[in-house]
Write a protein that binds this ligand. Structure first.
Ligand SMILES: [Zn+2]
Length: 318
């Protein structure tokens, strides 16, 4: 039924304008590495482009407090080097990239729900999964994945959204935003102990959200084979119960072997495996609707090759 639909990519050159201190690992060259990697591969020919756009303030407010949004705007305009809420660098140009990173994710939601693409990869920065409703931290300003989930619920009536986060770090912001909300399932694999220190096994949600947070902390040195087993044995059964009608991937490629910020051993092939698993979930419960949003990944060559393998798998060209 969807065979005529392609995988889309959405990105925005403005996302390059967000710059931290020299040598900071979260740098504009990350996007260049991914886009050059795709251009040099056979994958780009399989993709269509989705338009980029900026998120509106009302869209940011789907997940963030008005006071926090105002603070971000004020601190960027005031020339601060870092948000006062946490370790997220900013520069005078950071406002528009932050809006575009979130807006590209919303453009991706539109593309899958309006059936212009079968799934979408968002090559954007700054990343988002550490940002809570009122706290930017961990290189994250606005929580792109969380805003996309809420937007799908509001605009398209999605009832149950699954956010699958394989970044090497725990997405404390995403967990926090949906912790008491049973309509968004947050699944995370992450190295522990590691920044930000949250994501313990017994953090499973509260109130209406009890049981819709599933954390699987793993030790340094965990392999892709072990990670695939966790996805098959823990994520898949949970999704059979939750039955998501939309899947969002927080795609952090810092879980790859040789990442300077992580100690896991996933290969490019392993990211293809994980991608296959989430695609199967989307196919079974969500009519294939899936978007993937870039989070971390700091070894430029490794980031590029893992992302290419991920997008190749999304496009169904193995
Ligand atoms: Zn990370």
């Amino acid at each position: 039924m969807q065979s005529y639909l392609h995988t889309a990519i959405v990105t925005d050159a403005v996302c390059r304008e967000h710059r931290g201190p020299l040598e900071h690992p979260e740098r504009p060259e990350r996007l260049d590495a991914i886009l050059n990697g795709l251009a040099k591969s056979d994958v780009m020919d399989l993709l269509v482009r989705s338009p980029s756009r900026a998120a509106t303030l009302d869209e940011l407010k789907l997940c963030h407090t008005a006071a926090y949004i105002e603070l971000v705007q004020k601190e960027i305009a005031g020339g601060a080097a870092q948000l006062s809420t946490g370790d997220a660098f900013i520069c005078p140009q950071s406002w528009e990239p932050a809006l575009r990173a979130a807006g590209c994710s919303l453009s991706a939601v539109d593309a899958v729900f309006e059936r212009r693409a079968k799934n979408v990869f968002c090559a954007v920065r700054p990343p988002g999964h550490h940002a809570t409703a009122d706290t930017g931290m961990g290189f994250c300003i606005f929580n792109n994945a969380a805003i996309a989930a809420r937007y799908a619920q509001k605009k398209y009536g999605a009832q149950r959204v699954a956010i699958v986060d394989w970044d090497v770090h725990h997405g404390n912001g995403t967990q926090d935003i949906f912790y008491a909300d049973g309509s968004v399932f947050y699944f995370s694999t992450h190295q522990a102990p590691l920044y930000p220190g949250t994501g313990l096994r017994d953090e499973t949600g509260i109130g209406a959200g009890l049981g819709t947070t599933l954390n699987v902390p793993v030790a340094e040195g965990t392999t892709g084979r072990e990670m695939s087993a966790i996805f098959r044995e823990q994520l898949v059964p949970a999704m059979k119960i939750f039955r998501p009608d939309f899947v969002v991937v927080s795609a952090g490629f810092d879980a790859r072997v040789n990442d300077p910020l992580g100690g896991l051993l996933l290969t490019d092939h392993d990211f293809a495996d994980l991608t296959d698993i989430v695609l199967d979930i989307a196919k079974e419960f969500s009519e294939g609707r899936l978007i993937s949003i870039l989070e971390g990944g700091y070894n430029l060559a490794g980031l590029a090759s893992a992302a290419v393998q991920h997008v190749r798998t999304l496009a169904g060209h193995l």
